[in-house]
Ligand binder design. Structure first.
Ligand SMILES: NC(=O)C1=CN([C@@H]2O[C@H](COP(=O)(O)OP(=O)(O)OC[C@H]3O[C@@H](n4cnc5c(N)ncnc54)[C@H](OP(=O)(O)O)[C@@H]3O)[C@@H](O)[C@H]2O)C=CC1
Ligand SMILES: O=C(O)CCC(=O)C(=O)O
Length: 426
């Protein structure tokens, strides 16, 4: 309902650079490392033709931005959305670098996608578009070089097409060694049990841990969620199973409210066959989209696009906690207002890091020829997320600062240490 970056005064790229510069000043980051991290390593733009169902040829533009690989291969999702452009991909790639570093994963950061609205294409057109995009990217991706994953409007099926296309470019004997060129694949094609819910689980767990650190729990807490896709659905499911109540949901087509609580499973059943849209759900009523952020609730979860919380709406927010399931949902001005209002923001690079941690497990599973069971995955995920949360929480306490600043200090300091240890910069 609210549109992304371009229509806002600040772009996502402005938002991430602002966050980075603030931290670089705070930690007195080595000036050479600062110059490197303020730029992206590679910005790949490909144009490729695809034959549509009606026989006509359409030309698409795809992007892959590789921000930094000081800590390991580039890692990050692919987004299919009309707002995808090089600036959006640059911002999202930078967030991946901070996120993988914060989580202590042996990865750098990348992001990309195609500028299109998938609703305008049939499934077979989307398959052909994805396969041609993969060919066009060529060796710019690879299992030890740059490993894509799902993001907005892409899913396990998209990843299966990419893996299949990429592997088909290899000799028969090398194919199986290339399965980990993407993560988030379907279980049965090298995918990891639990990767589907990993991001939403991380969102839930970080919220739960925050409340626990204050001697509270989720029982009786009310929340609202923007975006009811992979992240919004799974986060809502885990939260309601632990006693919280979902009051309102917003997607690109509707904003729904039910003060008695919305059934997450019923809403999911309703939305799945409708290409994800929640519109028309009878277990809630439609409300004005502009009133969504101002609803009385304990917790707000933006789980859709970037730059949604801005100077125009932040002052309306009543929730005491904002848990960033989405990447970059709060711009610099929005954040300033929230902090002044005493709102705790669980920052994206911590809150939604369960996804890339799950991807790391899938990558290891494929690399080592193993099959991990769901219980094992969820236990490992929980342990890792708790560890990352604790690190940030300690930094918050030590520095007496907000959660994003604390998370950025850890993430950027780790990259600085790596460059320094390698002796590149005195
Ligand atoms: N998938 C993952 O593992 C991870 C995702 N993220 C981030 O989480 C966010 C959501 O990703 P994911 O759940 O995978 O994406 P999905 O494509 O599964 O879902 C996106 C959701 O956002 C909604 N949405 C899109 N545009 C708007 C808008 N203008 N206003 C309100 N709602 C809107 C969509 O509604 P509709 O269906 O009507 O278009 C849909 O409900 C993104 O920021 C992504 O980068 C972060 C880490 C990992
Ligand atoms: O799973 C991954 O590799 C990355 C997921 C992603 O795009 C993100 O965390 O924003």
């Amino acid at each position: 309902m609210i549109t992304e970056a371009k229509q806002n005064k600040q772009s996502m790229y402005d938002t991430v650079l602002n966050q980075f510069n603030k931290t670089a000043d705070l930690i007195d980051l080595n000036p050479n490392i600062r110059r490197i991290l303020a730029l992206t390593n590679n910005e790949i733009i490909v144009h490729f033709p695809v034959k549509m169902d009606n026989g006509e040829v359409e030309i698409f533009t795809g992007y892959r931005v590789q921000h930094n690989n000081a800590l390991g291969p580039y890692k990050g999702g692919l987004r299919y959305h009309p707002t995808v452009d090089v600036d959006a991909a640059k911002a999202l790639a930078m967030w991946m670098t901070w996120k993988t570093s914060l989580a202590g994963l042996p990865y750098g950061g990348a992001k990309g996608g195609i500028q299109l609205d998938p609703r305008n294409y049939s499934l077979s057109e989307l398959e052909r578009i994805t396969r041609r995009f993969t060919y066009a990217l060529g060796e710019n991706i690879g299992p030890e070089h740059d490993i894509p994953a799902p993001d907005v409007n892409t899913n396990a099926q998209t990843m299966a097409w990419i893996a299949d296309t990429y592997m088909s470019t290899k000799s028969t004997s090398e194919r199986s060694q290339n399965q980990h060129v993407v993560t988030g694949k379907p279980v049965g094609s090298g995918g990891l049990e639990g990767r589907d819910r990993a991001t939403g689980f991380g969102v839930y767990l970080t919220i739960k841990m925050l409340y626990e650190s204050r001697g509270e729990n989720l029982e009786g807490k009310t929340f609202i969620v923007q975006g009811f896709g992979n992240v919004g659905y799974w986060a809502s499911k885990f939260l309601t199973e632990d006693g919280a109540t979902l009051l309102a949901v917003q997607d690109a087509h509707a904003t729904l409210i039910n003060e008695k609580g919305i059934s997450v499973e019923d809403l999911f059943e309703h939305s799945s066959p409708r290409k994800g849209s929640i519109k028309g759900f009878t277990g809630a009523v439609e409300m004005e989209p502009e009133e969504f952020f101002g609803l009385e609730c304990d917790l707000l979860i933006p789980a859709a696009l970037g730059n949604q919380i801005t100077a125009e709406n932040a002052y309306k927010i009543k929730a005491a906690v904002v848990a960033e399931g989405a990447n970059g949902p709060t711009d610099a001005e929005g954040e300033q207002i929230l902090l002044q209002q005493g709102v705790t923001i669980i920052p994206d690079i911590l809150c939604n890091s369960g996804g890339v941690i799950g991807s790391y497990f899938e990558w290891l599973q494929n690399r080592n020829g193993e099959l991990w069971e769901l219980d094992e995955v969820m236990q490992k995920l929980e342990k890792k997320i708790k560890q990352v949360f604790k690190n940030v929480s300690n930094e918050v306490a030590e520095r007496k600062t907000d959660w994003r600043t604390a998370a950025y200090i850890i993430a950027i300091s780790r990259i600085e240490t790596s460059y320094t240890q390698r002796g590149i910069f005195p």
